[in-house]
Design a protein around this ligand. Structure first.
Ligand code: FE2
Ligand code: FE2
Length: 187
């Protein structure tokens, strides 16, 4: 599918800040894909569309899942922070006809990560957390330093998961069991 069409598609689904975030993620995903020998176009595509469901109000999210008979775990459906990633993968398949499971999984697991991620999934996971347009630049630097120093992408994934857990605890928010599982796995 034409990348211009997809840019247009994503732009109309997001507010301006989220669109900028998506463009930033696309760019960072390209850079990381080169560094870690991942298909650059796949990484760019997955990163560009990763948040396509992010701006849908939660009531509508539930409605869309119901109307389309989308199968999403109850534990995910009830987690407002995580469900957009799963719905985003389903919408990318339905509306953009993307069939590549690796791309769809990179979208699906961009928020939580999962044990045993593919390299593409890790690249998109990181690109979401450290893109330069809307994310904290100090944290971006910290992650890029680790990548450049160790060449170990799992170290960077752990840094992000650890930070997520800290921030959820600080804000008294629910920690999805997957996040704990992912932390333990990469540890
Ligand atoms: Fe997201
Ligand atoms: Fe994102």
């Amino acid at each position: 599918m034409d990348i211009n069409y997809i840019h247009n598609w994503i732009k109309h689904r997001l507010n301006e800040e989220r669109y900028l975030h998506s463009l930033g993620a696309e760019e960072t995903a390209r850079e990381l894909a080169v560094q870690f020998s991942v298909d650059v176009e796949k990484a760019a595509l997955a990163a560009l569309i990763h948040d396509n469901a992010k701006c849908i109000p939660y009531e509508d999210v539930l409605q869309i899942i119901k109307e389309n008979n989308f199968s999403i775990d109850e534990n995910i459906k009830s987690n407002k922070k995580v469900v957009h990633a799963y719905l985003g993968a389903l919408l990318a398949e339905k509306e953009l006809n993307i069939k590549d499971e690796d791309v769809l999984n990179a979208v699906r697991f961009h928020t939580t990560g999962r044990p045993n991620m593919t390299m593409l999934e890790k690249v998109v996971f990181l690109a979401d957390k450290i893109e330069a347009n809307t994310r904290e630049l100090d944290f971006r630097e910290e992650v890029l330093n680790i990548l450049n120093k160790t060449g170990n992408i799992d170290e960077a994934v752990m840094l992000c998961i650890g930070r997520t857990i800290h921030s959820l605890v600080d804000r008294k928010l629910m920690i999805n069991p997957i996040t704990i599982e992912v932390w333990n796995y990469y540890l």
